[in-house]
Design a protein. Structure first.
Length: 549
């Protein structure tokens, strides 16, 4: 088996790469360990809690015991299926804030400022505002990735945005447009009632071409000859040859693992596992970042939440309606209102994100014992804590060691307490007065710093946004793993293109910027000039230095 480009991983970035490279006439083989995404568990948006808890679709990774969270091991789902994590995620679409990408460029990722990446966000999108307003000039209209908004029929969605306004925050018609800061409608990668994953948007059209193929298998390591990547060896012994380049797009957990199994990483760590050093890159696997979140849950005084459908008959009705018509409650992820705010004066752009959900329920599908309720998912966006992905062994079949090192600084605890207190304040606004009975979680008795810290330690969960483990930087940066065009420093013809190249985590969910990385890296791989820089100026709060809202 041989192709111009061999891509490891059919996830968010890998699918975009396959589509763009094969569309330009290059031959492409995509290696994916997981199988098909067919069936209602993945394609039905409201069923999102199922695939991320199914071994068939998820690698099933867990963190090592987290020392600052009472030794808890947190789930770290990664998609093991075509479409990767875009096939098992919550389908929330957030580009990130303009200043995130400017920070990337300042950190050494030259050519990745907001002016550089905005044209790629436009190229990848087919944006549909659903009559809810927005910024058409900032959006794309003819890309492969459909981005829509839920119907927002439940009155609680409007109440959440109005509560934000009443509390003195901004309102925004399009957080992916000029103005991220504020409260407004949330966007989702759903089209015609189906999950619009990277597999549906990019890979399926690519596989219809004669020059693009999919190979099922577990990538063991990259093959080298005289410092050049020549292909990939699979765990079953098959070799896949790359005439031009090998691209790792296997996730922020598996891309550094494959690099280390291939001899690229911290030399001493490779030696511990008897792996010969091809390139000593101490940054491989470091800089691991994620978003943590909590659910602030309220008991509802009216039976208007999704809880009325949370029984066998209700789920069967929703499922049947979706199966036959692709409409109804099954056709949305139910995250239809959002908020992005700053935690305090002096913070230049939002560092807290809200997802609002009109039911009190956990990601594993367990509802609150209270019955009717609703919740805001809230968490800080720019934690200073950093972790690492390291090898457990030299065997490709063994899970890597994942240490997030969550909540390792005093700022993490302060930021999370602020999140809880600001969320509680939202729920005291007049907009929620007709709907709230009392607070379920944390519970009104939990007030002091110590009590809030104990609640955080017990209940904080990953928002499933790991990134940063093969970060972009300049060639003279000893901790950079790849240069600004994705080339692995120290070898030839090998690149990384997925969320592991992020220098710092972006503001919001990671699927959109991960796809954007695949889009932009495809131009670098093809030797094309990048798209012309954009001149659009994002909105920043005029009183950001002196006011929190």
């Amino acid at each position: 088996m041989e192709a111009d480009f061999v891509i490891v991983g059919a996830g968010s970035a890998g699918c975009a790469l396959a589509h763009r490279l094969s569309g330009a006439g290059a031959s492409v083989l995509v290696v994916e360990h997981g199988g098909t995404d067919a069936g209602p568990f993945i394609q039905m948006p409201a069923a999102l809690s199922y695939p991320m808890n199914m071994a068939r679709y998820d690698w099933g990774y867990r963190s090592e015991p987290e020392p600052h969270l009472g030794g808890r091991r947190l789930a770290c789902p990664r998609g093991k299926v075509i479409g990767g994590s875009s096939s098992i995620n919550g389908m929330v679409y957030v580009r990130g804030h303009a200043m995130d990408f400017d920070h990337w460029a300042e950190s050494g990722a030259d050519g990745w400022s907001f002016a550089d990446v905005l044209p790629y966000f436009r190229r990848m999108e087919s944006w549909h505002d659903g009559g809810h307003g927005g910024d058409p000039g900032w959006r794309g209209t003819d890309g492969p990735l459909h981005v829509t908004r839920g119907p927002r029929d439940n009155p609680l969605f409007a109440a959440f945005v109005e509560a934000g306004r009443q509390a003195g925050y901004e309102v925004t018609g399009d957080y992916n447009g000029e103005k991220q800061e504020g409260f407004g409608p949330m966007e989702q990668t759903v089209w015609k009632g189906r999950r619009w994953s990277a597999a549906n948007a990019y890979l399926r059209p690519a596989l219809k071409r004669d020059n693009c193929g999919l190979v099922r298998g577990l990538a063991e390591r990259v093959l080298f000859a005289e410092g050049r990547a020549t292909g990939v060896r699979l765990a079953d012994g098959r070799d896949i040859r790359a005439r031009r380049e090998v691209v790792l797009a296997a996730s922020s957990i598996n891309s550094p693992k494959i690099l280390m199994l291939s001899g690229i990483g911290p030399a001493a760590h490779l030696a511990e596992h008897g792996i010969g050093v091809v390139a000593d890159r101490p940054g491989v696997g470091t800089n691991l970042q994620d978003h943590l979140e909590l659910y602030i849950q309220m008991a509802a005084s009216q039976p208007i939440t999704l809880y009325k459908h949370w029984n066998l008959a209700g789920k069967a009705m929703i499922g049947a309606q979706w199966l036959f018509t692709k409409t109804g409650l099954g056709a949305s992820n139910q995250f239809e209102s959002a908020g992005f705010i700053r935690s305090r004066a002096g913070v230049a752009y939002p560092d807290i994100q809200f997802h609002f959900l009109p039911i009190a329920v956990r990601y594993d599908g367990q509802t609150a014992a209270e019955g009717h309720g609703f919740q805001a998912h809230v968490g800080p966006m720019r934690s200073p804590s950093r972790g690492a992905v390291t090898l457990r062994s030299a065997r490709a079949g063994d899970d890597p060691v994942i240490r997030f090192n969550y909540m390792s600084t005093e700022q993490d605890w302060e930021d999370f307490r602020t999140c809880i207190r600001l969320t509680r304040e939202l729920f005291t606004q007049p907009a929620f007065a007709p709907y709230i009975r009392h607070e379920i979680q944390p519970g009104a008795a939990v007030q002091s710093d110590a009590e809030l810290n104990a609640f955080i330690a017990e209940h904080a969960e990953s928002a499933y946004h790991p990134c940063g483990t093969c970060r972009m930087g300049r060639r003279d940066d000893p901790m950079a793993v790849v240069g600004p065009e994705g080339r692995v420093i120290g070898v030839d013809r090998l690149r990384v293109a997925d969320s592991s190249v992020f220098p710092r985590i972006t503001n919001g969910n990671l699927n959109a910027p991960s796809i954007m990385v695949g889009e932009k890296m495809s131009d670098h791989l093809l030797g094309r000039d990048p798209l012309p820089r954009a001149n659009d100026r994002p909105w920043l709060h005029p009183e950001r230095e002196s006011a929190q809202r």
